[in-house]
Write a protein that binds this ligand. Structure first.
Ligand code: ATP
Ligand code: MG
Length: 332
């Protein structure tokens, strides 16, 4: 049977962190055997919010290196940079004719961004959902692993695809959101405010590039309190987060011990954080080393990017041909 097409992208807007790992990349790695996977670094998308491109190239290289270090195999998936596949931009143009100003202005992420960057409300920001639709539809992908915040964009993608099919003829399948059910962990920031993030909460976010000492320092500073006062109490969310992290990187008996201590009101958060810091450092260490080695290997990165573009373009060229035929803009 032909494998289903999965597509997902990540913006090169900063260092990747544990939330990206457990909320996204770990699933990519699981999907690579079961599906026909296209993963891309969304450098064009980042121009809508990060017009300064001094760091862009480095960021793109690091995102690729970190993804490969986390277990993504460029032999199994197409791992590419968005701007190396020009068919995406061409499809974006056609889809823009099917997207209406009113619906774009109503998009939640657009309204958020307008608030965040009132001095740079560019048309790219407005049409961000159209570019995202082009990313997905250019591969005729049916499964898109996204978080809750992206549901609205995916619905818009389906609308654009339906309008295209209706106006010009059936070219696109309608993509659906996808995850492995409960296994999608959301990792909170260590200070208990919001989530770990590339661009916010940086001293309370654990990055895959952090060294052992910085990891220890951040975890030892994580928010705790004076402990539970009655047995089997409910955990406050910042404490729950420490247990979540422990569940992800420590051994089951360690997790069980601290859970029992919590339930018996004898937990010492200092000890728990020390243990978590050591286990976390052990977990991140090999990823960091591997990513650094890949990032230093310019030839390898170059090969990954070239092969990725080549693989992606077999698919995207076929789609663009079908799109041009359907619209009737095929002359040579
Ligand atoms: P930015 O701050 O630039 O928005 P980000 O850290 O939110 O960066 P994204 O590029 O927006 O990262 O998201 C990449 C993927 O990582 C998405 O699939 C998103 O759902 C997931 N993700 C991001 N942060 C977390 C988190 N703290 N916990 C779980 N998953 C996360
Ligand atoms: Mg985000």
């Amino acid at each position: 049977m032909k494998k289903e097409v999965v597509l997902s992208g990540i913006r090169p807007t900063g260092f990747l962190h544990l939330g990206n790992y457990f909320g996204a990349m770990r699933n990519y790695v699981r999907m690579q055997d079961e599906y026909n996977c296209y993963f891309f670094v969304a450098d064009l998308h980042s121009l809508t919010t990060h017009p300064d491109t001094k760091e862009l190239r480095n960021s793109v290289m690091r995102v690729i290196a970190e993804n490969v270090a986390c277990g993504l195999d460029p032999e199994k998936v197409a791992l590419y940079v968005q701007s190396t596949v020009p068919e995406v931009s061409e499809l974006y143009l056609y889809l823009n004719m099917l997207a209406y100003k009113g619906e774009l202005e109503k998009t939640t992420t657009f309204k958020d961004k307008v608030r965040l960057q009132p001095d740079n409300v560019n048309a790219g920001l407005l049409t961000y959902p159209v570019l995202m639709a082009a990313d997905i539809l250019v591969h005729r992908a049916v499964k898109v692993p996204v978080g809750k915040d992206q549901e609205q964009h995916l619905e818009m993608t389906r609308n654009f695809a339906e309008r295209f099919n209706h106006r010009y003829g059936e070219v696109f399948p309608l993509p659906q959101a996808f995850n492995y059910g409960t296994s999608l962990a959301k990792i909170m920031s260590l200070d208990g405010n919001g989530k770990m993030s590339k661009s916010e909460n940086q001293m309370s976010t654990l990055y895959l590039a952090d060294d052992d000492d910085l990891i220890r320092k951040k975890i030892m500073k994580a928010k705790t309190d004076s402990g539970p006062t009655e047995p089997n109490a409910e955990k406050p969310d910042y404490i729950e987060n420490l247990f979540t992290l422990m569940g992800l990187v420590s051994s089951p008996d360690v997790l069980e011990k601290f859970n029992a201590d919590f339930n018996n009101c004898v937990i010492r958060y200092g000890d728990m954080k020390k243990q978590l810091a050591e286990d976390m450092a052990k977990f991140i260490h090999p990823i960091r080393e591997k990513a650094a080695a890949i990032q230093a290997d310019k030839n390898l990165l170059d090969k990954i990017i070239r092969d990725g573009a080549e693989k992606a373009r077999i698919n995207t060229n076929a789609t663009i041909k079908a799109v041009r035929d359907a619209i009737g803009v095929h002359y040579i």
